[in-house]
Design a protein around this ligand. Structure first.
Ligand code: SF4
Length: 490
C-alpha cells in the first residue's frame, strides 16, 4: 500500500488511521508538493491545498479495487487541527470501503482515559465529554463509557498523588521458555544461565545507586513492582538477594504496594512464594492467559490450566490476598466460547484483579511471521472483549486502568479490572503518567514526572542483559540525569 502526501507530511497520524483498518500491511511513502500517481493499485492520497482565502483538505483511497474519496474546505484563518480533520476524512473513506467501524474512532493514542481526566479537570460534564468523544473522535458510546468509568474509579487515587513520591520498577528479563506471541526482550533461563548471577549482582548495585539518588532528592518510595520477563523464573535465593537489597537500601516505611509478577505457573513454587512474601511482597500476578490447554499449547506457553489452578491455590494458602490474573483475547486457535469459559472460570476463583489484554501482533513476535497469522487475524476478538466487560461488570469488577498498544487486534485495548478498593496503584501511576517511576534492570525505562511543571522525561537502560552488564558504568553515568531533572524542577 502506498501513501502519498501532497502538501503535507502527516505520515504518523495517517498511517495510524490506516492501521485501524489494515493492521498487518507495510506502507510505502511518497511526499510531494504536486499531485503524483502511483504504480501501486492500492494507494491513498492525502492532500492539503492552500490558497489566500481557503484550505482544501482531501483524501482519495484505492484499495482492493474499490474507491472512495472525501473533501473538506476550511477558511485560511481556521485554526482547526488539520491533521485531525484529514484523519476523520480518511476514517470515513476507509469505513465506506471496508465496512469496518473501529470502536475507538480516530483515537489512535495509547491513553484515552488521560484525555477524559483532562476534560474532567477543565470542568466538563460527563455529557459534554461524551459529545466531544462522539463528534471530534467518532468514538463509540460503549468505549466512551468504559473510559469514563475508568477515570471515575481513578479520580481519588490520581488526586492523592504527591510530587515527592515515586515508584520503583525492577526488571527481570528472563523466562523459562519463550511464548509465541511475546515481543518483550526476554531471554530463556537456559540460554541466559551464565549471565544471571552477574546480572543480579549489577541489578543490586543499580538498586543501591537509585536509593542513594532518591534519598538525596528527598523522594519517598510508594510502590515497588517486579516485572519482566517472569521474575519468578530465577531462583528463590536470587529473588531474596534482590528484595533484601531493596529493603536495606530504601526507606520502606511509606511503601503502600509491593507487586511481584509471578507470571507463569511453571515458575511458581512454594519456596519462591514464601520467599517473596517474607520479603514484603503484598500483591502478585499469576497469569494463565487462557484456561484452555490446547490454546496454551498453541502459544508455546508450556504450562497447563491445572498448573495455574495449583499456583493460585498455593498463593491463597500462603496468605496472598491481592492477586491479579492476566488473560488475552484473540490468541491463535481460541474461540469466543473457549475465551468466555476462561473468563467465567476466573471470575469463579475471585482474584482481586483480572486484566484483559487484547493480542498485539508486534514485529518481534514469532506469530507475526508464522502460518498462524491468518488464524489470529480472523479471531472475533471484539466479541471476546465485550463478553469479558459484561461478565466482569455483572460480577462486581470495575475497570481501573486502560491502555492501548499499536497493532492490537481490531484496534481494541487492555483493561485492568478490580474488585472495589483493590486497584493497583502502580498500574494507574504508570499508565496515567502521574508519578515518577525509577526503573532498574535491562530493558527498564525510568519515567520522570513533574506534575506542576507538566514535564515528562524518560531514561532508557540497555535492553539486553548482556549489553546491560557490559555497559553498566556508562548507564549509571546517564542516570545522573535524574538529579538534573529534579534540579530544574526546583
Ligand atoms: S512469559 Fe511473558 S515475557 Fe515471558 S516469554 Fe511469555 S509472554 Fe514473553
Amino acid at each position: 500500500m502506498t501513501l502519498i502526501f501532497c502538501g503535507n507530511d502527516y505520515k504518523y497520524e495517517i498511517e495510524g488511521i490506516m492501521k485501524l483498518f489494515i493492521p498487518a500491511v507495510r506502507f510505502k511513502h511518497i511526499f510531494s508538493d504536486a499531485p503524483v500517481s502511483s504504480d501501486d493499485a492500492d494507494n491513498v492520497t492525502v492532500s492539503v491545498k492552500e490558497s489566500e482565502e481557503s484550505v482544501g483538505l482531501s483524501v482519495s483511497v484505492n484499495y482492493l479495487g474499490r474507491h472512495a474519496e472525501r473533501e473538506q474546505i476550511i477558511s485560511a484563518d481556521d485554526t482547526s487541527d488539520r491533521e485531525l480533520l484529514l484523519s476523520k476524512l480518511l476514517y470515513q473513506a476507509m469505513s465506506e470501503i471496508s465496512g469496518i467501524v473501529p470502536k475507538w474512532g480516530v483515537m489512535t493514542g495509547v491513553r484515552p482515559v488521560k484525555r477524559v481526566n483532562r476534560y474532567i479537570d477543565s470542568g466538563c460534564s460527563e455529557d459534554e465529554i461524551r459529545e466531544i468523544f462522539r463528534r471530534e473522535f467518532y468514538c463509540s458510546e460503549e468505549k466512551f463509557d468504559i473510559a469514563y468509568r475508568t477515570a471515575q474509579v481513578q479520580r481519588s487515587i490520581v488526586r492523592g498523588v504527591r510530587d515527592s513520591s515515586f515508584s520503583l520498577y525492577v526488571n527481570i528479563p528472563f523466562c523459562p521458555t519463550r511464548c509465541s506471541y511475546c515481543s518483550f526482550i526476554s531471554q530463556t533461563t537456559e540460554s541466559g544461565k551464565k549471565l544471571i548471577p552477574d546480572y543480579i549482582g549489577l541489578l543490586c548495585r543499580e538498586i543501591e545507586f537509585t536509593a542513594q539518588t532518591a534519598a538525596a532528592l528527598g523522594l519517598t518510595l510508594e510502590t515497588v513492582y517486579f516485572g519482566g520477563g517472569t521474575p519468578t523464573s530465577i531462583e528463590a535465593a536470587q529473588l531474596e538477594q534482590i528484595m533484601r537489597t531493596i529493603e536495606n537500601s530504601f526507606d520502606m516505611s511509606g511503601v503502600r504496594e509491593y507487586t511481584v509478577e509471578a507470571g507463569r505457573a511453571d515458575t511458581i513454587t512454594r519456596e519462591k512464594l514464601e520467599t517473596i512474601k517474607r520479603c514484603g511482597c503484598s500483591r502478585i500476578s499469576v497469569n494463565p492467559q487462557t484456561l484452555n490447554n490446547s490454546v496454551l499449547e498453541a502459544i508455546g506457553r508450556r504450562h497447563t490450566a491445572e498448573q495455574f489452578y495449583e499456583a493460585f491455590r498455593l498463593a491463597r494458602e500462603l496468605g496472598f490476598d491481592h492477586i491479579n490474573t492476566d488473560i488475552i483475547a484473540g490468541l491463535p486457535t481460541d474461540t469466543p466460547e473457549s475465551f468466555n469459559d476462561t473468563v467465567d472460570r476466573l471470575i469463579a476463583l475471585a482474584p482481586e484483579n483480572i486484566t484483559v489484554h487484547t493480542l498485539s501482533i508486534k514485529r518481534a513476535a514469532d506469530l507475526n511471521y508464522s502460518e498462524n497469522k491468518g488464524t489470529v487475524l480472523k479471531n472475533p476478538t471484539g466479541i471476546m472483549v465485550d463478553h469479558a466487560a459484561r461478565r466482569l461488570t455483572e460480577s462486581g469488577y470495575s475497570p481501573y486502568y486502560l491502555y492501548r498498544q499499536k497493532n492490537m487486534l481490531e484496534n481494541l485495548e487492555n483493561i485492568g479490572w478490580c474488585k472495589k478498593g483493590e486497584e493497583s496503584l502502580y498500574n494507574i501511576y504508570i499508565m496515567e503518567e502521574i508519578q515518577t517511576i525509577l526503573a532498574v534492570g535491562a530493558g527498564a525505562s525510568s519515567k520522570l514526572v513533574d506534575l506542576r511543571g507538566k514535564r515528562l522525561e524518560r531514561i532508557f537502560n540497555y535492553k539486553h542483559p548482556l549489553e546491560y552488564i557490559k555497559h553498566f558504568d556508562l548507564m549509571l553515568e546517564k542516570k545522573k540525569e535524574i538529579v538534573d531533572f529534579y534540579a530544574e524542577k526546583k
